[in-house]
Ligand binder design. Structure first.
Ligand code: MN
Ligand code: MN
Length: 471
């Protein structure tokens, strides 16, 4: 007797009519799980070597060059199979693989961001107080400030000197490098501080980074600790204090990406938002050969501060790139844009059993349930969302199902609980069908965020299927 016959009528009907949600592990073979795990090994390497947008661009350009991508120049002449990219000021990059179909039928866009929340140095950062030297900072993006004290920090960035030459900074990452930190108060003396609301546990102007404590050895010298630090900086980087006026220095967590859990099912790291989608979209683009439609992947900057500025997606650089591609084939840019479609590749919040109250259990995303498709974002009545159409959600649903991508839906919190947005709206505003697709994250925007290896791998499979889609 077959098991089908043994099933009751009700059970058969349930299988036919009702949605069943299942952990991906129960849907995958052991081989497939292993594939997901091994995919994440190089992802961890990317996380450790691309902690800022500038470093992510360096990693990306290096990978693109190794895979036959060439810098795009208007009028260079393009044909199917050609691979080009534009490096936007070292902080964003947009790449394309030219498809075999007429570009007038639109391009397939994957858009992820490579900036993450962190502490930026102010323009006049160095000061001495009571024989300690410190840096003043202004936090970048939405952070819970108390999370950024008493953890080891590394310093990354660039300093442009008076003569126009620049020097790169990356300190705190090697085993024998020093690190930096923001101090907090001992509990014995924190009675007043503990009465502050959590948002002010550490205040913005208390995010001061310790950089030294020994004075320059000479009697009756004022600011001798600061002088000693500036002397070290001068010897190491050839800079004077004024050069910090024209610098971009970013303090980020100094620790490395690690497997989390006895089963090693998760990856904990700084910057999963949104490097987990940037890396998977980049890999999918590099692994794509001879697509039918032209594939365009953009790894953008400034998403965490609202996408303004010439390296953010509210600027025209993506539009200009697609219009330039169109011009290579004698097509109108606006016709190509209007026929295009986009996956806004960004993370969503994963359900956390310790904090169940902020998400609605029937509609939120879960760890290990696959890549997350988010129809709408926004806040207070979907304000600020581009809200993908039922038709486009249906198209993406068919695409993922026919390519064996395990996926789920998600939303950014209960109604009126808070909310947020991604670059989706800015791309949709160019008359492009757009939907958010990305990896669910635990502790988003914290110095140590967590994602599932399987969900990460499913994001790669989703972007690959989308890029290769002829529809
Ligand atoms: Mn994001
Ligand atoms: Mn974010």
């Amino acid at each position: 007797m077959s098991s089908e016959k043994a099933k009751s009528k009700g059970k058969q009907l349930k299988e036919k009519l009702m949605t069943s949600k299942k952990n991906s592990v129960l849907k995958m073979t052991e081989e497939q799980v292993k594939e997901a795990d091994s995919f994440c090994e190089e992802y961890k390497n990317f996380l450790n070597n691309a902690k800022t947008e500038r470093e992510a661009v360096e990693y990306t350009v290096d990978l693109l060059e190794k895979n036959g991508f060439k810098p795009f120049k208007p009028g260079m002449g393009l044909k199917a199979g050609d691979k080009v990219y534009v490096n936007n000021r070292g902080k964003a990059v947009v790449m394309a693989v030219i498809g075999s179909e007429d570009i007038r039928s639109g391009v397939n866009i994957c858009a992820a961001h490579i900036d993450s929340p962190r502490l930026d140095l102010k323009q006049c950062p160095v000061y001495e107080d009571t024989e300690m030297a410190l840096f003043k900072t202004h936090y970048y993006g939405g952070i819970k400030k108390y999370q950024w004290s008493v953890i080891p920090l590394a310093l990354h960035g660039v300093i442009v000197k008076a003569d126009g030459t620049s020097v790169k900074v990356r300190i705190g990452e090697e085993e024998d490098d020093p690190v930096f930190c923001v101090n907090d108060l001992l509990p014995h003396l924190a009675a007043e501080q503990m009465k502050r609301p959590l948002a002010q546990g550490i205040k913005g102007e208390e995010l001061n980074i310790v950089i030294g404590s020994r004075p320059f050895k000479e009697d009756d010298l004022s600011e001798a600790v600061k002088l000693n630090i500036l002397n070290i900086l001068n010897e190491k980087y050839g800079i004077v204090e004024e050069d910090l006026l024209s610098a971009e220095l970013e303090a980020v967590p100094a620790f490395k990406a690690k497997d989390v859990g006895f089963d090693r099912s998760l990856v904990g790291s700084y910057g999963h938002d949104d490097r987990v989608c940037a890396y998977t979209a980049l890999k999918a683009t590099v692994d794509c050969d001879a697509p039918v439609k032209t594939a365009v992947t953009v790894l953008t900057d400034k998403e965490e501060t609202g996408s303004d500025g010439n390296t953010g997606l509210q600027s025209s650089y993506l539009k200009f790139f697609i219009c330039d591609l169109a011009a290579e084939f004698g097509a109108e840019g606006r016709h190509v844009l209007s026929a295009s479609q986009c996956l806004s590749a960004d993370v969503n919040s994963a359900f956390d059993p310790t904090f169940p109250d902020v998400l609605e259990k029937r509609n939120c995303a879960y760890i290990n349930y696959g890549v997350c498709v988010t129809k709408f974002t926004g806040a207070r009545g979907k304000s600020g969302t581009s809200d993908a159409s039922a038709e486009f959600v249906g198209k993406i649903r068919r695409l993922l199902d026919s390519n064996d991508v395990i996926w789920q839906t998600g939303e950014l919190g209960k109604v009126d609980m808070g909310g947020g947005g991604t670059v989706a709206a800015y791309i949709a505003n160019m008359n492009i069908d757009t939907i958010d697709v990305g990896v669910p994250v635990l502790s988003m925007h914290a110095p140590f965020e967590t994602v599932s290896k399987i969900d990460t791998y499913m994001a790669y499979k989703a972007f690959k299927a989308f890029i290769g889609s002829a529809d």
